[in-house]
Write a new protein. Sequence first.
Length: 455
Amino acid sequence: MTKFNELNLNPKVLKAIEEAGYESPTPIQEGAIPAALEGRDVLGIAQTGTGKTASFTLPMITLLARGRARARMPRSLVLCPTRELAAQVAENFDTYAKHLKLTKALLIGGVSFKEQDALIDRGVDVLIATPGRLLDHFERGKLLLTGVQIMVVDEADRMLDMGFIPDIERIFSLTPFTRQTLFFSATMAPEIERITDTFLSAPTRVEVARQATASETIEQGVVLFKGGRRDREASAKRKVLRALIDAEGEKCTNAIIFCNRKTDVDICAKSLKKYGYDAAAIHGDLDQSQRMKTLDGFRDGSLRLLVASDVAARGLDVPSVSHVFNFDVPGHPEDYVHRIGRTGRAGRDGKAITICSGRDEKALAAIEKLIQKEIPRLDNPVQSEEPKAKEDAPKPERKAKPTDAKKSETRKSDRKKDKEPKGRGRRDDKGPAVVGMGDHMPSFIALSFDERRAG
Ligand code: AMP
């Protein structure tokens, strides 16, 4: 097995790796680091959890340790699809570059332009950005991309889902063609292949095993849920969720609860809170400081239940999550593997329970086909009380009293309309689910015809 110290990394980077407690490189690191250090383009086909972030940050830091930044001309650029991922990459840089004097700036929505401008003016070694925000800065004339020697595109398939590919192509064209490109994607859709054929030059291709199977340490289960009357289904489903959480008792130290839609993320978190659970929501419509606060709370253990959308939780790196609950069956089977992969990390035990209503059974079958295994069926913990479920049903005639938790789960929140995302800054989390496309639709679909023509 290769050791980190055989990879030609800067000794100060090696020291940081040792302090992080890593013993040996992961397969993606073993494949990508030597090629990147030789200055070659890299095409990494790997998902979150494989150590892919370090596979580009470690060689980048080593290469950037030589040379100095110039005002307004970052020397390297990392593009990420979401703010959270960008923030996580920035944390990785801090960890691995802590013994070196490299500067970085983070260009993500929700953080003031002024501070970021000041950093860029001074000159940065590494610029980590979401594509829309980067182009906003560029268009304001505050940034030159002609000094970029290394460019990383992280999670390109997610960029494609979110409609960022035209932005990525534009950014590529603004950087020198002599740049080195490190490009990562979990899957190689034809559109991604087209981009890599166009912008990468004789890349070293490193592919690590596709995560079609979940870790063996994750115990999985699904509750088939017959919702009954449609207007009561959402609230009955939340009751099932609470019963499942209760049934796990103290074994459930913390959990991520996934919903397919942003509105359900909010409703679910609010409802759990009203019932006395320690829960908070995270999705793309919340402001940046709020999202960071929630994530920090979940990471440090002060928040027990994180209710999330797929995009918001993508790449979320919390080493010990005891449970994952799927409030909805995800539309894309790969998302199921991602979701449940938030638990059972690093050889720990984990449990993933999915609630599947009648209309989601097709999606469940697609998941079982992908993971090539049947997910054990669990009893519905509230089935026996189903006739009494009325108590959880919304009472339209009465105003909810905040003191009466059960009654306060009003239908008003169920009726709350999804807001259409507008503009670049909103592309990281699409609102309503799109039938047949899961919740990831190309952004142009969300635009009006006039906007499309204008764009
Ligand atoms: P990533 O795939 O980049 O999201 O990384 C997943 C997790 O693996 C992160 O918590 C990293 O800190 C951790 N990690 C990265 N490289 C190694 C390594 N060589 N040994 C152990 N853990 C690692």
